[in-house]
Design a binder for this molecule. Sequence first.
Ligand code: 5U1
Length: 679
Amino acid sequence: MSQGEHTVAEQILRLRSQIDDHNYRYYVLDDPQIPDVDYDRLFRELQALESEHPALVTPDSPTQRVGAMGDTSFDAITHRIPMLSLDNAFDEEELREFDRRIHDRLKTDQAITYVCEPKLDGLAVSLHYEQGLLVRAATRGDGYVGEDITGNIRTIPSVPLKLRGEAVPELVEVRGEVYMPKAGFESLNRTLTEQGEKTFVNPRNAAAGSLRQKNSAVTARRPLEMCAYSVAVPDEGVLPATHWDCLQRVRDWGFRINPEMRQAEGVEDCLQAYQALLDKRADLPYEIDGIVFKVNRLDLQAELGFVSRAPRWAIAHKFPAEEALTVLEGVDFQVGRTGAVTPVARLKPVFVGGVTVSNATLHNMDEIRRLDVHVGDTVFVRRAGDVIPQVVKVVLDKRPANAGVVERPTACPVCQSDIVQIEGEAVARCSGGLFCPAQRKEAIRHYASRKALDIEGLGEKWIDILVEREMVKTVADLYTLDKFDLMGLERMGEKSATNLVNAIHDSKQPELWRFIYALGIREVGEATAKALARHYGTLESLMQADEESLQEVADVGPIVAGHVRSFFDQAHNQETIAALRENGVAWQQETVDAGGQPLEGQTWVLTGTLGEMTRDEAKAILERLGAKVSGSVSGKTSCVVAGESAGSKLTKAQSLGVKVLDESEFASVLASFGAGPAT
Ligand code: 5U1
């Protein structure tokens, strides 16, 4: 080797080591040290040197994740140690029974220390390292024989191609789960929809489909991650004495381990860990289907041994399933406040995501076509967290011979007006406007809702009755009701009638933004209503604003400006506003922005618990300073305020390099603008 090549070789090794370090910080420690552009620059520098000196390329180079090992072969691989499954506990009693069995076998009364790990909803994989280099990766298969997926596994950035550290055993097998985070799954499905391709039903299927690709370059484009949960080496003496410490060792070697992992003393502590994780489930950036409890001490694990295909020392305590099969009994069309006609699936009731579900959204006719759903079909229903239940897939094999096609309605199911579909819009709309009782009811429900005029006691049931009896045609009629009108309604006593009339009366002096929001203008949500109120100060100025002027308001583009203008142009809306005024509704004025607010154009995220103020108070202060407050962190977030017990949003902010303030730093920022919690 010439002197020149020697220095290039050193340069290549230095760059690889830097890139490996940055990968480790990003994927394992969630603590990146450099911005993405700097990382990309290092990577490109390495690629350039390697292409000039191909003899110096080695398979463990970070540039060789795709292609170097050829495509994945899917050859059969026999697991040297079978990949066992886990026994399940479906309720508290089954978990207690598991703990009792362990005490009986170990003949001890002392509390057992368990490691509690989220059970990721992905695919189990086994990775083999020789002399620290990844040589083979396999799926679980039937537990004894899996498939060789080395080429595809190499493309996953959180899988180390080379183990870190000095004392790496000669042979190492690490097992864990390959999964697709929720955000990656949603963006993959969006892309597939745009390309007219079939989408995946859930992140697990998306991860499986991505690992099953023949061409590793396709897998490389899929947002997969890997989390390790067990390790085996030929000489167990080199490993620590507990599962917990083994996983810390695995982490030092360069693997991601789950940040939610914790230890529990005894079964009561395990039950608490179960509940705490279940409470967090919807906020985690990946899907989990339960929690795994493992006896921590490896000597006790050995003493307990195995029963058939599962260890006696571990159990999965399952969470309520988020998907279930049921039958689509019919499709109804619902009409919303803006006339949008939405197909709703009527389902044979099914228990899913912890509740009994009998309706699910089908979004629009395009979605019905995409799913190819027929009445009578057996369908997958999904309810994750608080998300509205959705029909996500049809089981075509189970379609009955008499299954019915879902027809697009031509007339509104409520008022029989024509249904129109604007070109380029997926949503069909009833053309009846406020003539349509369904739109009237929805408009009143929105007007009375908590974020709008907050009229307590005016729920859906009473709105239905008031509209159906034609006692209320527009929101202005609410203010003409007296207690005697209401007492005439079935099951409305004098006390309830008085309370409702008082609640309606109490809504007569709303803040301007609430009133604007309450009008129900298309695409004018809470934040836009606040921005409009701040910008115009009075309803009269807003009503006179042209589309050009409206677009000067933060967040208002041509579409929203068009909706606002056309709302105020319609005679019936002008009449309703005049009638509201006549009936005593007097919205307040707002102080108009004197141009440039300090946080104008910024997006802030609040997470965790704040001690000095509620999140709603903090949100209101930030909005007064011109910031937008969002519920999720992205690369565009300006700042995250992290209170007590901040979770995944804080982790994400850190991994994206977004500025994070704790509560006292936040208070200082507010104080510098002369703002802060009311005392
Ligand atoms: N978190 C976790 N998931 N999971 C799945 N740990 C874990 N352990 C498993 C499986 C199948 O098996 C052990 C017996 C290693």
